[in-house]
Design a protein around this ligand. Sequence first.
Ligand code: CAO
Length: 432
Amino acid sequence: MSEIKTINLPNVGDFDEIEIIEVLIVPNDEVQAEDSIIVLESDKATMEIPSPFAGKIQSVMVNVGDRIREGTAIATIEVAGAVSVAETPAAEVEKPAEVKAPVAEAPKAAAVPPAASKPAAPASNTERSGNQIHASPSIRRYARELGVMLDQVIGSGAKGRISKQDVKAFIKTAMSDGGRPSSGGGVAISAMPEIDFSKFGEIEIKELSRIKKISGAHLHRSWVNVPHVTQFDEADITDLEAFRKSLAKEAEKRGVRLTPLVFLMKAVASALQAFPEFNASLENTGERLILKKYINIGVAVDTPNGLMVPVIRDVDKKGLFDLAEEVGATAGRARDGKLLPADMQGGCFSISSLGGIGGTQFTPIVNAPEVAILGVPRAKMQPVYQADGSFKPRLILPLCLSYDHRVIDGAQGARFITYLSQVITDIRRVLL
Ligand code: CAO
């Protein structure tokens, strides 16, 4: 039995109102769940809003240029026996649906990649059916004004749809290919030469995922704009590991996995309270520091589509089990492509834990506009020299702290990581 449902704008982040730049549906259109129905643009990002249902569009209640807010009715849709993508009950259609990745600048307060959920598979020009170009009239006009041939632009949207950002990226590449310097926050970098690798052997071209493209641009911007220093240290986590293991049964009862990560988050929260300059962002003028009174920590999550950094809020106020539950659920949503842009905003500091995988050291890239990030490689048993001249096997965790040298000087960096190492070694210090 079919049912008429209203599609409302989900929560798309910290916007009061946001402008519609494209309406991609008309009445009688058949849409699949997750097909984009409108495109929104703020001064920081453009994002496609997907339909939470599969069905036939009955009416479209919005127009290009409208400014809409969370809850605004976008369209009605006839749904056959419907449950939304996010398995939203029929009565709760106004709940946030999955929002596709913003494709422009990172929102100022965003954690690493301002990317969101499951990306639409980008299609290259050659994959477009009959060389059909998917672009809205406004994008066509924009491209015409700039003299860009749209058939040369790779669209990153569903079915290769070309966005304004794709046109901008095309122009940037074209300028770099011409050997002219490209600006990256005031730094001129000459482009890498284009090489035909097929001259040397067989090759295959693989399009980067949308999330990789977005996070790549963000990481590059951070790498180029932030003068990085990485400071290394280690912590003896033998006692911490014994404590963690002693809690394993309780964790299991609560249905959560208590990994070293949540202890590290608590230790980092404690260090951020002790060293407020690490819980800060530098104003764009480079002249003032914005100190944050909340402690939100971004956790890098490895997903099939690329790196995402959802933010766990108020870490200082939460217990280990609650944090474990939240990290598990959030990492799951990241891997399923179900994060919203808001889930990746408002971070103060990030942790990149590769401990479950391996490695002895690495140099993480600061997740600007944050000013520091902790990289955590794998802990390993090591012989540790004792005062009585003997060696004892201890579990040693390496720590890698990268920071923005404009904000943090070397002595502060060393003090922070020493403090952090002490808290991790004796986690009771979190209580001090
Ligand atoms: N040393 C030794 N063992 C560790 C460890 C460490 N530092 N960190 C985790 N482990 C163990 C865990 O305890 C777990 O073992 P048990 O199940 O026996 O307890 C195992 O490794 C796997 O842990 P995990 O990785 O599944 O869980 P986590 O809480 O440590 O991490 C998450 C969660 C989401 C951070 C992780 O899954 C992930 O995605 N990591 C990759 C992050 C990344 O890509 N960073 C790079 C960003 S920069 O390019």
